[in-house]
Design a protein around this ligand. Structure first.
Ligand code: ZN
Length: 396
């Protein structure tokens, strides 16, 4: 089913239109279309209220069932960007955070452009009246900070996702006092948790624990590391299950030869056993299927058909026993990659929080798909949530 609504309008013109409205309300604006870090105090996230009002006047309230179903124009090899953005813009708690204006109070003084452009894109996707919008403002803001993403060449969707999450975290983070006080701080540092939190860490940050054992003296040390994306090896060239990939990731590794680790007890490098487990599973787990196999100059893509569940993914076997809570995860979004290494095409499948139907987002095209089509051999990034999403609301 193709969706209705008006054709296409660039985000640039619409943001310019909105900033005209904002300028009327707030003095000291210099006409720049992205708002400054700290606006004149305003009781509400005025820019989004303005958007809603102007649209209601001309078009009436957009039916809830179509909210969030907006295509993104391809700006020249930007399908990797579009697919990732569609997945992020389908994650209800993140949608709510940006549409409600909560992000404005969290903005740091510097580098607010990416979070602001992301919020506008979210508003375009959720509150706009168009079948398709252009992400060019977001793309150019990202490109200012990381030029590789504006080169009009295909980039890796996983690298782009990590970059966007990290930039949003940097802009929206605040010091968690509880995390940063005295002995707790030291304990936290040892566990690898940063003392700064943001909506990104609250939703996507998990923690891995490595138990490192010297095979010479049996001395064991623990090391912790936070993650937002788990990169899973694929143990078959033809077909396997997601559990096979998870087991492969969490199985004990024996490091020998060049990979030996320095043992503090022996004082030399020794053969070492490393056992990985999840010390903290995030609310939304992002799994990266390592289809791109690069060993030196040898590169290939694994087309393995990986079977993954749409619901009831159980991560508890990999969670450190003390922290085991037994949540079950449901699939909420997928980034697909079709084709080979350097060319290829990315699309996204996202579950709509209002209708609970699945939609395919292929740049500007948005199509409803049956649940049975969500499982495909093209899956590259899988987003699983341990909570059912509610319909995002704008006001708090
Ligand atoms: Zn040792």
């Amino acid at each position: 089913m193709l969706l209705r609504r008006k054709k296409d309008q660039t985000v640039v013109t619409r943001i310019l239109q909105r900033s005209v409205v904002a300028d009327c309300r707030i003095k000291n604006e210099d006409g720049h279309f992205l708002p400054p870090p700290r606006r004149t105090p305003s009781p509400k996230p005025a820019h989004l209220e303005d958007v809603k009002d102007s649209r209601e006047e001309s078009n009436g309230e957009r039916s809830q069932q179509y909210q969030g179903l907006t295509g993104l124009r391809n700006l020249g090899n930007t399908c990797y960007m579009n697919a990732v953005l569609q997945c992020l813009c389908s994650i209800s708690p993140l949608v709510e955070y940006f549409l409600s204006g909560k992000y404005i109070t969290a903005l740091c003084k510097e580098n607010v452009e990416i979070a602001t452009a992301f919020a506008y894109l979210m508003a375009d996707i959720w509150l706009g009246d168009f079948d398709c919008v252009s992400p060019e403002v977001f793309c150019s803001v990202i490109g200012d900070r990381h030029p590789a993403f504006t080169k009009k060449t295909q980039q890796d969707a996983q690298e782009f996702l990590i970059y966007v999450l990290s930039e949003l975290h940097e802009t929206l983070k605040k010091l968690n006092k509880r995390r940063s006080q005295g002995s707790i701080s030291i304990a936290r540092e040892n566990r690898g948790i940063s003392p700064e939190t943001s909506v990104i860490t609250q939703l996507f940050e998990g923690q891995l624990s490595y138990e490192i054992t010297c095979l010479e003296c049996q001395n064991t040390t623990d090391k912790n590391e936070v993650f937002t994306v788990l990169s899973l090896p694929i143990p078959s060239e033809t077909a396997c299950s997601l559990q096979d990939c998870l087991e492969c990731f969490f199985q004990q590794d024996i490091l020998t030869w060049n990979n030996q680790i320095q043992c503090s007890w022996c004082g030399t490098k020794q053969d070492t056993a490393v056992k990985t487990c999840l010390a903290k599973a995030p609310k939304i787990v992002i799994l990266h299927l390592k289809r791109f196999d690069c060993q030196g100059s040898y590169k290939r893509k694994l087309g393995t058909d990986i079977h993954y569940p749409l619901s009831n993914l159980d991560l508890s076997p990999y969670v450190y026993p003390l922290f085991r809570k037994n949540p079950k995860y449901s699939l909420c979004a997928v980034v697909n990659h079709f084709g080979y290494l350097d060319g290829g095409h990315y699309t996204a499948f996202c579950k709509h929080t209002v209708t609970q139907n699945w939609y395919s987002f292929d740049d500007s095209q948005v199509t409803e798909i049956p649940h049975s089509s969500v499982q495909s051999a093209a899956a590259y990034l899988l987003f699983y949530s341990c909570q059912a999403f509610s319909v995002p609301t704008r006001k708090h």
